[in-house]
Design a protein around this ligand. Structure first.
Ligand SMILES: Nc1ncnc2c1ncn2[C@@H]1O[C@H](COP(=O)(O)OP(=O)(O)OP(=O)(O)O)[C@@H](O)[C@H]1O
Ligand SMILES: [Mg+2]
Length: 366
């Protein structure tokens, strides 16, 4: 087997880089390229790069031409098909090289990834603005509420006709309901309690809470990578975030379409993720997948916005809070929904120490 060559400087880049020899064989791939191509460096070493893709004759010719003419190129929006894997949609910058056996250096940028980063940044800015607005609004509503409730109570004592109490009780109950809503809107601002958190403990806690809430309605399948390291975080906040997502999944899928609702909790390691313009070498990914009818199309772009609900009696805060808590952990949350399959993915970066400890525990992972 060909051992991959090393190019230490390229290890540190956030861009996927592939180095080819004169025969277009892979000499080196850096970690972002491994994760983009979803193949390990050892497996790639020595393989003709264009042969990794189906129907890549044009790409092959272009690479050969670049080597023959010692000429670079910049190709935008190329589609590369791969057997058994999702197609790649890339921008590719090829630069000729003359270093030992290296003849061509390819920088690959996934267009989907760039779009995802842009979408995430927009959603982050939006979330911060929303939070500020909601917080101010909640404060403004909360203050007079106490006065309203107190006055209704005083009034009730002065009433000589008991049948009129029905009205003061409406005021008191509605004021209490609003108070509860305002408290929910303001909760994310308590200082976090940071400590080591095991994501599977979080999942198990949520699982037992949901099974108790929906005794016959849902089945929860665990698909855990148990070698994942602990993360530094606020356990209660993470439980609340995951609970809000899994509860939505249970509400949507329990008994929907006459089938039993099924929710999968999947944990995995993720490599080279960029969150809010910061690149993290390793992160932990938790996916909540349900087989319900999916998020109504008119809500899909807005589910994380506050007070957006498609559910009778829903306050539309569950996902806003989940997003806030995940962002407190420098993580990201996104969803992809179609009828029959809705996936909410939470990505939480791992600290260097946690990542190192985790790597020692994970056999076969570099
Ligand atoms: N897994 C899912 N499948 C289908 N629709 C979903 C799913 N998750 C969320 N939704 C939709 O997104 C909306 C917003 O969810 P969110 O949790 O923010 O608010 P809610 O559930 O309506 O109210 P609550 O504040 O009580 O959680 C839901 O009302 C529902 O229409
Ligand atoms: Mg909800």
């Amino acid at each position: 087997m060909n051992a991959p060559a090393t190019f230490p400087g390229l290890e540190l880049l956030g861009t996927a880089v592939v180095v080819l020899d004169a025969e277009l064989r892979v000499l080196y791939v850096n970690p972002p390229a491994e994760s983009l191509l979803e193949v390990g460096a050892r497996q790639l070493a020595g393989q003709r790069f264009p042969d990794l893709f189906a129907q890549a004759r044009q790409f092959d010719a272009k690479l050969r031409h670049a080597i023959a003419k010692n000429w670079g190129f910049w190709d935008q929006a190329i589609d590369l098909e791969r057997a058994g894997l999702a197609p790649l949609h890339l921008n590719c910058l090829a630069t000729p090289a003359e270093h030992a056996r290296a003849r061509l250096v390819l920088e690959l940028r996934s267009i989907d990834q760039r779009l995802r980063i842009e979408r995430e940044e927009r959603s982050l800015t939006q979330a911060v603005a929303n939070r500020e607005l909601i917080r101010n609004l909640a404060h403004e509503i909360k203050n007079p509420l106490g006065g309203l409730r107190g006055s209704a109570q005083l009034l009730e004592r002065e009433l000589d006709r008991p049948d009129l109490r029905e009205y003061t009780q409406v005021i008191i109950k509605e004021a209490d309901r609003l108070q509860l809503l305002m408290d929910r809107l303001l909760t994310p601002h308590r200082p976090p309690h940071i400590g080591p958190v095991n994501v599977h403990e979080v999942c198990e806690r949520v699982r037992s809470l949901i099974l108790a809430e929906f005794p016959a309605g849902v089945r929860i399948v665990r698909d855990y990578d148990t070698s994942l390291p602990e993360i530094e975080g606020d356990r209660e906040q993470l439980i609340q975030a995951v609970l809000n997502i899994v509860r939505n999944a249970a509400q949507a899928s329990a008994g929907a379409g006459g089938r039993a609702g099924e929710i999968v909790l999947r944990t995995r390691i993720a490599r080279s993720v960029t969150i809010a313009r910061r690149r993290h070498r390793l992160a932990l990914e938790l996916q909540v997948i349900d087989n319900g009818p999916g998020i109504p199309p008119e809500l899909r772009e807005r589910v994380f916005h506050p007070l957006v609900s498609g559910r009778e009696g829903g306050t539309g805060l569950g996902l806003t809070l989940a997003q806030t808590f995940v962002q407190h952990h420098h993580g990201s949350i996104e969803c992809d929904s179609q009828p029959g399959r809705t996936v909410f993915g939470i990505v939480l970066p791992l600290t260097r120490e946690a990542a190192n400890a985790g790597l020692k525990m994970t056999p076969g992972v570099r």
